[in-house]
Ligand binder design. Structure first.
Ligand code: FES
Ligand SMILES: [Fe+2]
Length: 363
C-alpha cells in the first residue's frame, strides 16, 4: 500500500547528473537526469512504444533516445522523433513527475500533478542553517532496505529501541523508565520522551567532549505523512536546560530521515544530520557519518528481520505495549490517508491495525 499524493525523496541531489539514473519508486520505474541547464527531471522509465526502459537508451541533447527503435523523447516526456516516420501520434509520450530540488534532496510528487502541494514538504530548513553543521547521509547514496517503508516510521517513533539496538552509541540506562507523550497533528504524529538525570547519549557525549556522568536527555520525533521523520535528540548537563528550555543550549542533533517505498517489501532510506556542536569540525563529521551509518545498519537489520517474519507469517498474532502509542497513531494516520486517496469514508477505517500486522503489505 502506497500513498500517492505526497512528496518522496527520489534521490540525493548529488546522485543526479547528466547520465540517466533508474530507480523504482512506489512500484513505478523512474528515470532521473539533469538537463544542460542543471535542472533535475524525472520521467517514467518506459518507452511508450514497446516498454524498453528509457534508461537503457542514451542522452541526446536534453532528451533521451530509446535504445530499441530510436524514438526520441524530450525532457517533458513528449516523443519528438520517430525514425523513418514524419508523423508523431499524439499519445506518443511518457509520464513526467513534478520535481523539487531542495535541501540536497530531489523530491518527487508521485500523485496527480494537479494536486501537487508544496506545503506537504517537511520543514527541513535546518539543513541550510549556517549555525549548524550538516552531514548528508551515506555519502549521498540511497540506502536500500529489504523492508516495507512503514517499518521505518515505526522504528523512529519508538526511540526506546536505542537501549537495545544501539547500546554503546545511542542507548543509556534509565531511558525506559520515562514514558513518551504523543500528539497527533494534522499530517503527522509527534512523540517526546524527557529523561532527567540519566546517562548522556554515549556517541554525542564523545563527539561533543562532554564528560559528565549524568544528563537530562530528550528524544522527540515528528513523523509526517508519508514517511518524513524529523528527530530532535540530545542532552544537557542536569537541570541546565529543562524540559521546555532552549535545547540549543545543550548538545543537540536534528536527524532528518525518510523512507521511500521501492516495492511493498523494499525501500530506500535517505537522511541528513544537523548538529549544534563541533561546528565545522571535519574530523568529527567524518567519524559521525561512519558511526551513524553503522547505527542505521543495526536498525536495518532489525527492520529486515521483521519483514522476513511478516512475509513468512502474515497472520501471526502480535501485541501492543505502552511505547507503541505514537506508532499506532501514525499507522492510523497512514490508513486514513490511504482511505482518503481511495475515496473511502474515514470512519470505515477507524480501527488501526496492530503495528506489526500493518507492516505486512496489505493491499
Ligand atoms: S521500444 Fe522504444 S523505440 Fe521501440
Ligand atoms: Fe535506531
Amino acid at each position: 500500500m502506497f500513498l500517492r499524493n505526497y512528496w518522496y525523496v527520489g534521490a540525493y541531489a548529488a546522485e543526479i547528473g547528466e547520465q540517466p539514473l533508474a530507480r523504482t519508486i512506489l512500484g513505478e520505474p523512474v528515470l532521473f537526469y539533469r538537463t544542460s541547464d542543471g535542472r533535475a527531471v524525472a520521467l517514467e522509465d518506459r518507452c511508450c512504444h514497446r516498454n524498453l526502459p528509457l534508461s537503457m537508451g542514451a542522452r541526446e541533447g536534453d532528451g533521451i533516445r530509446c535504445g530499441y527503435h530510436g524514438l526520441k523523447f524530450d525532457s517533458t516526456g513528449r516523443c519528438i522523433e520517430i525514425p523513418g516516420q514524419a508523423q508523431i501520434p499524439p499519445d506518443a509520450k511518457v509520464r513526467t513527475y513534478p520535481v523539487i530540488e531542495r535541501w540536497n534532496f530531489i523530491w518527487l510528487w508521485m500523485g496527480d500533478p494537479a494536486e501537487r502541494d508544496e506545503s506537504l514538504l517537511p520543514e527541513w530548513q535546518c539543513i541550510d542553517d549556517p549555525k549548524l553543521t550538516t552531514t548528508m547521509g551515506n555519502g549521498c547514496q540511497a540506502l536500500p532496505m529489504k523492508c516495507n517503508w512503514q517499518l521505518n516510521n515505526d522504528n523512529l517513533l519508538d526511540l526506546i529501541h536505542v537501549v537495545y539496538v544501539h547500546p554503546g552509541t545511542l542507548g543509556g540506562a534509565g531511558l525506559d523508565n520515562n514514558p513518551v507523550t504523543t500528539k497527533r497533528l494534522g499530517k503527522g504524529v509527534h512523540m517526546m520522551r524527557w529523561s532527567a538525570h540519566v546517562e548522556p547519549v554515549p556517541l554525542l557525549a564523545k563527539l561533543a567532549g562532554f564528560n559528565g556522568a549524568l544528563s537530562d536527555r530528550w528524544q522527540a520525533t515528528l513523523c509526517e505523512l508519508p514517511s518524513h521523520c524529523t528527530i530532535d535528540a540530545g542532552f544537557s548537563a542536569p537541570d541546565a536546560v529543562g524540559r521546555d528550555g532552549d535545547r540549543d543550549q545543550g548538545v543537540r542533533l536534528r536527524a532528518l530521515i525518510t523512507a521511500t517505498p521501492e516495492t511493498d517489501t523494499t525501500s530506500f532510506m535517505f537522511y541528513a544530520q544537523c548538529r549544534n556542536f563541533a561546528l565545522g569540525n571535519e574530523e568529527v563529521s567524518k567519524r559521525f557519518i561512519q558511526q551513524i551509518r553503522a547505527i542505521f545498519d543495526q536498525d536495518i537489520g532489525v527492520m529486515e528481520g521483521q519483514q522476513r517474519i511478516n512475509s513468512m507469517l502474515p497472520n501471526a498474532p502480535t501485541i501492543e505495549i505502552r511505547c507503541d502509542v505514537p506508532v499506532v497513531a501514525m499507522r492510523r494516520l497512514v490508513m486514513e490517508a490511504a482511505a482518503r486517496e481511495r475515496g473511502e469514508p474515514i470512519a470505515a477505517r477507524a480501527t488501526a491495525p496492530r503495528p506489526i500486522e500493518a507492516g505486512r503489505v496489505a493491499g
